[in-house]
Design a protein around this ligand. Structure first.
Ligand code: FAD
Length: 383
């Protein structure tokens, strides 16, 4: 596979790098301390065309593709993992669902607003008692007159309490066998009567990115907001996760780069025993491991993204490999970085402790590392 970036992809990477340095870095540390979310930065990202990579021009997109989107997510996460998340919320989640399964009317109505960030998006799968076992969700929707009535509770949803629009997965046939065939997907106006969005304020990291809980109480969802057919929600959700997962892997690669940048500089500046600590072979070994794992993770992301852009076959296997490896490599890199920084690795004065806290999310979101290993093993063990 040839991973030489096109001129367009290089331009998008440079634009993301500039945005990260000029718009995110100056206020990020302060915002992290205060758990402050700057909505205006999402609007600026939208203005730069960051969220149009997947959609065709007729809906306001540029269709530059998954590789361009992944490279941009890497660049933002290199500075702040929190700020890699809007790619999933504005683009990879809802837009993937709409582009693959939406009616023409739904696409026209919602995709432009997600691209220009007039609408802040979210996708809601997880519940207090349902995580990896998606098919066991309890939130339910019942058909009544000209709408579906939605009840239940979603948990750990990114962009809540700021979401305007969500794709919400709910049980429409509790007797379906197998049970995943009883799940449907709905586009939901998150300001509808009966919806409460509440921030989760007990997170380990990602303090510049909102995460929250949603309560649905007799929420009326118009029938035309069903996406795909009744009972297709699980399939739609898995296809969506296959795309959001890639972006998560790209963010993890960005963290790897951020750790390497910080360690290279620190190891040259910090002296002990009369020499820069970069002279010590054990420090060099740590940095070498970080670099090799980072490069390997990046290549896995490039491979999965390129396969998605080529669209000649499914890339679930390659995407899970990228997500699993990049998540583990990011946590390893951040852990090693904290050790290289000594006591300063334990201090919020430097970015590495934040990278360690933030990178733990990669092992959980969009399917845990165990779930990725299950997908990978199933692929190779299949007859
Ligand atoms: C910052 C953040 C943002 C998030 N954003 C969103 C969002 O926008 N939308 C959304 O819907 N969700 C979101 N989530 C939720 C996330 O996707 C889930 O937490 C994740 O899928 C895991 O579910 P769980 O936490 O319930 O863990 P569980 O499923 O309860 O897993 C607990 C442990 O058991 C392991 N395990 C479970 N099943 C198996 C198995 N079959 N074999 C081996 N091990 C297994 C898991 O790997 C894990 O180690 C977010 C979470 C976080 C932390």
């Amino acid at each position: 596979m040839d991973f030489a970036l096109t001129e367009e992809q290089q331009m998008m990477r440079d634009a993301a790098r500039r945005f990260a340095e000029e718009r995110i870095r100056p206020t990020m540390e302060e915002d992290e301390k205060n758990s402050y979310y700057r909505k205006e930065l999402v609007l600026e990202m939208a203005e730069l065309g960051f969220f149009g990579c997947l959609a065709p021009e007729e809906y306001g997109g540029t269709e530059v593709g998954h590789l361009a989107a992944s490279i941009m997510a890497m660049e933002l996460a290199r500075v702040s993992p929190s700020w890699g998340l809007p790619f999933n919320m504005q683009m990879n989640g809802l837009q993937t669902v709409l582009l693959n399964h939406g009616t023409e009317e739904q696409k026209k109505k919602y995709i432009p607003g997600l691209i220009n960030a007039e609408l802040f998006g979210c996708f809601a799968i997880t519940e207090p008692n349902t995580g990896s076992d998606v098919a066991s969700m309890k939130t339910w929707a019942v058909e009544k007159d000209d709408c579906f009535v939605l009840n239940g509770n979603k948990m750990w949803i990114s962009n809540v309490p700021y979401a305007d629009l969500g794709v919400v997965y709910a049980v429409t046939d509790p007797d379906a066998k197998p049970k995943h065939r009883g799940i449907s997907a709905f586009i939901v106006d998150m300001h509808s009567e009966g919806i409460t969005q509440k921030a989760i304020e007990t997170k380990l990291g990602l303090h510049c990115a909102p995460t929250g809980e949603i309560y649905f109480e007799d929420v009326k969802v118009p029938k035309e907001n069903l996406v795909g057919k009744l009972g297709e929600g699980f399939k739609i959700c898995m296809q969506m996760l296959d795309v959001t997962r890639l972006s998560c892997a790209a963010r993890a690669v960005g963290v790897g780069q951020g750790c390497i940048d910080a360690c290279v500089q620190y190891a040259k500046e910090r002296t002990q025993f009369g020499r820069p600590i970069a002279d010590f072979q054990m420090i060099q070994a740590s940095i070498a491991e970080m670099v090799v794992e980072h490069e390997a993770a990046k290549l896995l992301v490039y491979q999965a993204a390129t396969l998605k852009d080529e669209a000649t076959r499914r890339s679930t296997f390659e995407t899970s490999m990228a997500k699993y490896f990049a998540a583990e490599a990011a946590v390893h890199a951040a852990n090693e970085a904290c050790k290289i920084f000594g006591s300063y690795g334990f201090s919020s004065e430097y970015p590495v402790e934040r990278f360690l806290r933030d990178s733990k999310s990669f092992q959980v979101v969009e399917g845990t590392s165990n779930i990725q290993k299950i997908i990978i093993a199933r692929n190779v063990l299949a007859d």
